[in-house]
Design a protein around this ligand. Structure first.
Ligand code: SAH
Length: 239
């Protein structure tokens, strides 16, 4: 089973993000092995310094290499097996469902959360880290990106999501977007639920859902349509 480790200067922020909902329940039931580590615990100086000024000048601080290095060494030793190291970074490869599926098959993944201007570049090579981004925007730290990736991977661990069919139907898992969902009441503020969903006719409902999903994918995300300039990402397809 994949293990999760997070190294951060804000462990409480990460713990809070893991405490509730699907991930929180799975963790409480022992389905997920997640450990959050305080980066300052891997420093040796009295003041537990994790940042310093940038060589070459310019605004902002840079996170020092050594505490991250010691953290990775310590955690790898503790886990006693291969652990993939992910440095959260806007300069990384864009994280997606296929990446989540691959990581869910791993023995362990360890996230390094940057802050300030980022992490000393030499860390990447020294610990053999991969860099992953959650999208083309900048947030203030790697904690939220790490939580996003952990949640996406955790959903794919058997038993974490109560009914496995909901994961199979999710957007991207089957290659495209999900179909639209409705709940009671059937008539709400003059808006009716599509008739077919009330019919009890399972084959017709299935077909309607498949069609709506395909229609949405074509309209909103033509890049996901398999065959579209050879870029569609079907489940399990080579990337
Ligand atoms: N100067 C950097 C941004 C630093 S933001 C740049 O322009 O690339 C501080 C930290 O937040 C980063 O080191 C990284 O760990 C995290 N971070 C910010 N945006 C992110 C994103 N889109 N994906 C993953 N991590 C991100």
């Amino acid at each position: 089973m994949v293990t999760f480790d997070v190294v951060t200067i804000f462990p409480a922020m990460v713990e809070a993000g893991l405490a509730e909902g699907v991930v929180g329940r799975a963790r409480a039931r022992g389905l997920l092995d997640i450990a959050v580590h305080d980066l300052r615990g891997f420093t040796t100086d009295r003041h537990h310094v994790v940042d310093d000024v940038a060589f070459g000048g310019g605004p902002g601080m840079v996170m020092k290499a050594e505490p991250f290095y010691v953290a990775v060494e310590t955690i790898r030793q503790r886990r006693g097996g291969p652990v993939r190291v992910v440095l959260t970074s806007p300069a990384g490869r864009r994280f997606d469902q296929a990446a989540a599926e691959a990581m869910a098959q791993d023995d362990g993944v360890l996230w390094l959360c940057g802050r300030y201007e980022g992490v000393d570049e030499r860390v990447v090579d020294a610990v053999g880290a991969e860099e992953w981004s959650v999208g083309d925007y900048v947030v203030s730290g790697g904690e939220l990106p790490a939580l996003v990736m952990i949640d996406a991977i955790a959903r794919l661990v058997p038993g974490v999501v109560g009914d496995e069919r909901s994961v199979e139907n999710d957007s991207f898992s089957a290659g495209g977007l999900d179909y639209p969902h409705y709940t009671r009441p059937a008539l709400w503020r003059d808006r009716a639920v599509p008739e077919v969903l009330l019919s009890g006719h399972h084959a017709a409902i299935e077909q309607w859902r498949r069609e709506r999903a395909a229609e949405r994918t074509r309209a909103r995300r033509p890049d996901l349509v398999v065959g579209a300039s050879g870029r569609g990402k079907g489940k399990g397809e080579e990337r």
